[in-house]
Design a protein around this ligand. Structure first.
Ligand code: SAM
Length: 108
């Protein structure tokens, strides 16, 4: 996992790792199989997204995922109070993500 920033100054909340007793250099997160209605996707565990957001995105930040897939990153962003914008090359993924996110009343 690389956290990349273009600007010289950027948001980095190291305290989030300290608070949750998470090692900085090695993360162990259990796989979380999900059903994505037959779409050939590679969803990753919510916790992986959550850690990245807690460290690299302010509480009311906006998450841009240019590889939306099934929408895990945007869903986790929404559930933690952040806004999200997703883009995908494949219309099926856009429709799947939009439908599942819109079905979840906590997502925007
Ligand atoms: C592994 S999924 C991403 C998972 C996703 N970020 C999530 O949170 O669940 C990768 C997605 O990237 C999309 N993709 C691949 N190349 C792309 C491109 N050039 N532009 C936009 N989307 C692309 C694929 O269609 C696929 O849905």
């Amino acid at each position: 996992m690389f956290l990349l920033a273009q600007a010289r100054k950027y948001f980095f909340n190291k305290q989030a790792l300290v608070d949750h007793k998470i090692e900085e250099d090695m993360w162990t997160i259990s796989a979380q199989p999900k059903s994505t209605s037959g779409l050939d996707t590679a969803p990753f565990p919510d916790e992986l997204v959550q850690r990245c957001l807690d460290v690299g995105c302010s509480d009311n930040g906006v998450v841009l995922d240019p590889f939306l897939g099934s929408g895990t990153s945007i869903r986790v962003a929404n559930l933690s109070g952040r806004s999200g914008v997703g883009i995908d090359l494949n219309r099926d993924f856009c429709e799947y993500a939009a439908t599942t996110l819109l079905d979840d009343e906590k997502c925007t």
